[in-house]
Design a protein around this ligand. Sequence first.
Ligand code: CDP
Ligand code: CDP
Length: 221
Amino acid sequence: PGVSTVIAVDGPAAAGKTSTCLALAEIFGLRYLESGRTYRIIAFEALRREIPVDNAREVTGLCDDLIRESRSAGLLTSERYAPDKLRATPVNVAVSAVAKIADVRQRVTSLIRLWAKSQAQCVIEGRDIGTTIFPTAPVKFYLTATPEVRAMRRVRQERAGSYENVLEDVIRRDEADMSRAVSPLAAAEDAIRIDTSGLTLDQVVSRMSSACLNRGLEINR
Ligand code: CDP
Ligand code: CDP
């Protein structure tokens, strides 16, 4: 069974991917997947087991263990990890290092494709969904906003850390994710780009849902 529809949503940290994807999932009756969570789980487990996050061989071994333990695509949706643990500062610092390992990306990519196959219609957010994982997705979005706006949003959202520290994390991850060799963060050529800096969440969701309707996606709930 092949997947019928994947909506791909990519962009840097705090561009609004999760919030808009949840809204689209609600409007169109789609299953939703946050792909960054899986990279965060791998980074979290590496830190917990004191595995150096830049050791490609060891982190890939860890990734294989986690996939085995959670029975394959179960890792993507595992409920074992509280969001605040996965979004803690040490994980923010380690995650881009884990995510640049080619063998780790290849495994996570396979899991996501496997998961999507079992869905009729889904919306998936990440960094490489429209470019690498589903290059033929019928609707792709690339959300951005200035680093300053994104840092301010994250400070308000998580109430953790100072604006300066959050801005530093946002800029550091932008650079790491955009400059890596494998599947760097980039907009697919056919992605609809939305600079959300001056827009409310509702305005972004309304642009995105109009684009989905224009591409023939039906409201299905
Ligand atoms: O929520 P936020 O945008 O801050 O981050 P996330 O989506 O949870 O992603 C965390 C990290 O995982 C990113 O900074 C990337 O290094 C990595 N990631 C990736 O490489 N590819 C994806 N498809 C998703 C996330
Ligand atoms: O998933 P990603 O890291 O791209 O961003 P998010 O967690 O969905 O959004 C970060 C915060 O920005 C949330 O609190 C949103 O409500 C807020 N926000 C937004 O996403 N889009 C706007 N246009 C304005 C605010």
